[in-house]
Unconditional design. Structure first.
Length: 114
């Protein structure tokens, strides 16, 4: 099973930026569909963005124009650049390998507060 390790979370003021990273083990990363999800307290986990192996992206309406998902297949890493952060973006962010297989990272906390 692919192991996913997220990093880059933290505390940021409203309007600020953060970049999350997710490093994947194994040798299937270049063909994997990867995604970022988030879960706020008391809410269901929700899709933030996905990216295919060739870079086709998809975003939740709530983050379009503010977040950018990208990947570096040479480094087995997927990124989430988050700009213009809002308090409602505060959540635990999870990296997810959608296919082939199904793996989740342990999550990284993003706190947006002044």
């Amino acid at each position: 099973q692919v192991r996913l390790v997220e990093s880059g979370g933290g505390l940021v003021q409203p309007g600020g930026s953060l970049r999350l990273s997710c490093a994947a083990s194994g040798n299937i990363f270049s063909i994997a569909v990867m995604g970022w999800y988030r879960q706020a307290p008391g809410k269901q986990r929700e899709l933030v963005a996905t990216i295919t192996g060739i870079g086709i992206t998809n975003y939740a309406d709530s983050v379009k124009g503010r977040f950018t998902i990208s990947r570096d297949n040479a480094k087995n890493t997927v990124y989430l650049q988050m700009n213009s952060l809002k308090p409602e973006d505060m959540a635990v962010y999870y990296c997810h390998l959608l296919r082939p297989g199904d793996s989740w990272g342990q999550g990284t906390q993003v706190t947006v507060s002044s």
